[in-house]
Design a protein around this ligand. Structure first.
Ligand code: NAD
Length: 286
């Protein structure tokens, strides 16, 4: 099948095939779902998983070309996909984005604040710029997306659901990802606070906490190239192993769809992540 941006690559056809085998075929009929960081990895898989279940998808990414591609693919399995370019760390740009979505398509039923970047290095290696970059995208991006779209949902008064992408790194102290882990721990708490506040208004909030997933973040960026070769190799190995157990990008997307359907608060994606989450809640880390 040819789509606007050129013929499907093998990886794209596989992703579409996987999206098509999901259950709950019409579970999100008539819904509008916004996904940030939708041009790649977990974001693209999530956009396709919702599209396949009947949702119209707003695919937003810093990289417009990849968002366009996701929107085209979503249109192949679902009613329609709409691409947007936005930098989630930019408050003014996010405000314009939220206004455009409202104007063009209405209030979203589901928002997945998924855009994120990695950052390897020890605490002593991290510069102020590193902290700004990671917190800018991973924390502020989620704050902007949550507050702007939650306000629209509250105003409409018909409920909704916000999913924020945290990570298993949120409850695993790290010597190699201090800024990243801190940003993800903040997203976890932010999501729990927001959930407590919005519960009475019929709006659910979920923090999704994947383990190591086989995507660009782990594959190519190697947490922005600072990690050692050995770390990069062991990450790739773990990501491949998780993918084989069903915790690749499509597996995470499935968990996101289920978390919205079942209104789950915190979803550690792998059994290992679940164990470290429960342990972190039960015992002080000392
Ligand atoms: P990815 O690199 O494949 O996708 C991230 C997407 O976010 C890219 O399309 C990128 O262009 C976009 N993005 C980056 N900065 C942006 C910005 N400022 N504004 C808008 N879009 C931006 O990686 P992924 O693994 O799919 O990551 C998705 C989310 O999952 C991230 O929040 C990541 O931290 C989280 N996560 C990933 C893993 C993993 O192992 N891959 C594990 C746990 C959590």
């Amino acid at each position: 099948t040819g789509v606007q941006g050129g013929p499907l690559t093998t990886a794209e056809s596989r992703a579409l095939k996987r999206a098509r085998v999901g259950g709950d075929r019409r579970a999100f009929d008539g819904s509008l779902v916004v996904v940030t960081g939708a041009g790649s990895g977990i974001g693209r898989a999530t956009a396709l998983a919702f599209a396949e279940r009947g949702a119209e998808v707003v695919a937003a990414d810093l990289d417009l070309a990849t968002a366009q591609r996701t929107a085209e693919l979503a249109g192949l399995v679902g009613p329609a996909g709409h691409p947007y370019q936005v930098d989630v760390s930019d408050a003014a740009a996010m405000e314009d984005f939220a206004k455009s979505v409202l104007h063009d398509h209405g209030v979203p039923d589901v928002v997945v604040n998924n855009a994120g970047i990695g950052m390897a290095g020890s605490f002593l290696d991290h510069t102020v710029g590193d902290w700004d970059a990671v917190l800018g995208v991973n924390l502020w991006g989620v704050v902007h997306g949550s507050r702007l779209f939650a306000a629209q949902m509250v105003e409409r008064g018909q409920g909704g659901h916000i999913v924020n992408t945290s990570s298993a790194a949120a409850f695993t102290p790290s010597r190699t990802l201090p800024a990243y882990a801190t940003s993800k721990a903040a997203v976890l708490m932010l999501s729990e606070c927001l959930r407590a506040e919005l519960k009475g208004k019929g709006i659910g909030v979920t923090a999704i906490c994947p383990g190591i997933v086989n995507t660009n973040i782990t594959r190519t960026s190697r947490f922005v190239g600072r990690g050692t070769e050995e770390q990069a190799r062991s990450q790739e190995k773990a990501a491949r192993a998780y993918a084989l157990r069903g915790f690749g990008p499509e597996g995470v997307a499935e968990q996101i769809v289920n978390a919205v359907r079942d209104d789950r608060a915190v979803v550690p994606v792998t059994p290992e992540a679940r164990l470290s989450y429960l342990t972190s809640r039960l015992s002080p880390r000392m």
